[in-house]
Design a protein around this ligand. Sequence first.
Ligand SMILES: Cc1cc2nc3c(=O)[nH]c(=O)nc-3n(C[C@H](O)[C@H](O)[C@H](O)COP(=O)(O)OP(=O)(O)OC[C@H]3O[C@@H](n4cnc5c(N)ncnc54)[C@H](O)[C@@H]3O)c2cc1C
Length: 249
Amino acid sequence: MGDDLDIVRAARVSTGKGSKGLAADKKLLHYLYKNHHMSPFEMVEIKFHIRVPLFVERQIDRHRTFSTNRESGRYKYLAHDVYFPPVLRGEGTINRQGSGDPLSNEASEDIRGTWRRLVTDVKDAYWFFQHRGLSREQARVITPLAQMSESYWKGNLRNLFHFLELRLHESAQEEIRDFAQAVADIIKALVPLSYECFVKYTLDADVVDAEEKEFLLGMLDYYHKSVEGEVAFPLMNRVRNRWKTKGDN
Ligand SMILES: Cc1cc2nc3c(=O)[nH]c(=O)nc-3n(C[C@H](O)[C@H](O)[C@H](O)COP(=O)(O)OP(=O)(O)OC[C@H]3O[C@@H](n4cnc5c(N)ncnc54)[C@H](O)[C@@H]3O)c2cc1C
């Protein structure tokens, strides 16, 4: 529900101006996003119909501002639909909780064999339990984290951008990054101007801490004195002036 213009209209509610044309609307969106005036971005809500493995669903569920409705193994027998990773990855060396390079073919084949056997055992047990009269709500307890699960998942653009910031990041698990990329592609198509702001001020941007800022400001001062900075590097001056006047942009 909503598009880039709904954000513009919300931001201009006091003046009742609505759209002022593409260039002015785009400028306003950039101003809002860059200066953290994020409530207008809450005017756009997007609902997704998703199917992901339980281990990805658990990570998605950590984002508390979304509304969810989900299929339940208490109401119906769960279909035997489990996720097999296309590539098996070894332990990571850079990010301690992440994974790294693909495993050798030999190791991958061994693991795949065991993986398939276990999943088939669980599937057989699930049907056997039902055959023996066990309730659905108890039989489902043995389903693995690889089990696929279907939901409706709805959130506003502000929180979706926050979700993407965290889950497109290279420190996030590859499987949820793939999910986040699919979400990002949809958002980009629905609200291209807002997505452009997200990329410019969040995805491709970075936070500089106080120490780093002081260091960079020192370098900017040095270059400013040594060259005709005003003329040669207008961007350098913009950053320098903004940091000198602390956040006033
Ligand atoms: C790479 C990665 C690794 C992670 N590893 C772990 C892990 O090992 N263990 C683990 O438990 N979690 C882990 N998490 C989950 C993480 O700690 C957060 O719970 C999750 O990313 C949601 O972030 P959030 O709270 O900012 O966002 P959301 O829950 O989507 O909330 C959005 C924003 O709303 C506000 N908000 C929401 N609820 C509250 C509240 N109750 N009080 C105050 N403000 C609120 C905050 O401003 C918050 O940023 C990991 C996440 C990532 C991305």
